[in-house]
Design a protein around this ligand. Structure first.
Ligand code: ADE
Ligand code: ZN
Length: 330
């Protein structure tokens, strides 16, 4: 099938660690894993909900120790993403998850940034890094990370908000987002993945975010849908993730088609591709087949991903032109 060029806007770098990589990092860093082999680890990729996934996701981060490990993980994602048609990637990192287990911020940020900086030359993928705050940690901890990242002087694109959603509303992080805005950073947040539509309202009104990550539960609130449509707020939807974490029963029940047809500004993304069964291409072919999406829908999704990105205008124009060419052979 023709692969359309896209931007990937919702991707957790730590969620790209493939089982084989987890085992090779564990061996290199002398980390004992509680699984005998990759098959035993893969067998655990059967999640009941977001928390059951997060427990495994955080546990496997123990294998990441040095800047070289973070660089290798990032480069492996970019290589795979390029094959999936990704031409621009805005990727998340969870610094608190590494700081809490004694890894220095410099190791994390320098490793990732070295791979991102080489990405245009090596993979033809332009990039940006979004520092994501763990919403189940305190607001003070998030503020400390923001201060430390700024002090480090490694440029980032923006901040995000992830981890266990229910019980940790966006309102908890008003001061952190105000500070990030004052620093000129872009603002995004996960909202409406497992949490209620009220969290999407809060992310928009209290945090001032420019994009909502997931946002699928907006459909429960007609007034919210009207607002998101009117303001063209981008929603970075992750279909295979939603099925894997049981937010949606089956891909054929996924609300993506309904969201598109209501005029919502949706794009398709892979979230944590090694855990959820695929990269952006797998997500796109999955929803195309399960929801019977036509060529026009696929082009709209690809165009939305680019226009919703924080790429420079010239870069957006380039990728949109590539989409127009590729669309002729859909
Ligand atoms: N961290 C990594 N993946 C996540 C997801 N899907 N939701 C919330 N936090 C996450
Ligand atoms: Zn996510």
């Amino acid at each position: 099938m023709t692969i359309l060029p896209v931007a990937e806007l919702h991707l957790h770098l730590e969620g790209t660690l493939e089982p084989e990589t987890i085992f090779s990092l564990a061996e290199r860093n002398k980390i004992a894993l509680p699984y005998a082999d990759v098959d035993e680890l893969r067998a655990k990729f059967d999640f009941a909900d977001l928390q059951s996934f997060l427990d495994l996701y955080y546990a496997n981060m123990s294998t990441l120790q040095t800047a070289a490990d973070f660089a290798e993980m990032t480069d492996a994602y970019l290589a795979r993403a390029a094959r999936a048609g990704v031409r621009h990637a805005e990727v998340f990192v969870d610094p608190q998850a590494h700081l809490l287990r004694g890894i220095a911020l410099e190791e994390v940020m320098e490793g990732i940034t070295s791979a991102l900086d080489a990405s245009v030359a090596v993979h033809g993928v332009s990039t940006g890094l979004i520092v994501s705050m763990l919403r189940d940690q305190s607001a003070e901890s998030a503020m400390d990370v923001l201060d430390d990242v700024i002090a480090l002087g490694i440029p980032i694109l923006g901040i995000g908000l992830d981890s266990a959603e229910v019980g940790h509303p966006p309102s908890k992080f008003v001061d952190v987002y105000a500070k990030a805005r004052a620093e000129g950073l872009h603002l995004v947040a996960h909202a409406g993945e497992e949490g209620p539509p009220e969290y999407i309202w809060e992310a928009l009104d209290l945090l001032g975010v420019e994009r909502i990550d997931h946002g699928i539960r907006c459909l429960e609130d007609e007034r919210l849908v009207d607002r998101l449509v009117t303001e063209r707020v981008p929603l970075t939807v992750c279909p295979l993730s939603n099925v894997s974490l049981k937010a949606v029963y089956h891909l054929s029940n996924h609300p993506l088609a309904a969201m598109l047809h209501k005029g919502l500004n949706v794009s398709v993304n892979s979230d944590d591709p090694s855990y959820f069964g695929g990269y952006v291409d797998d997500n796109l072919t999955g929803v195309r087949d399960a929801l019977d999406l036509g060529a026009g829908d696929l082009v709209a999704l690809a165009r939305n991903s680019v226009t919703a990105s924080f790429a420079e205008d010239g870069r957006k124009t380039e990728i949109l032109a590539e989409i127009a060419v590729a669309a002729r052979s859909l």
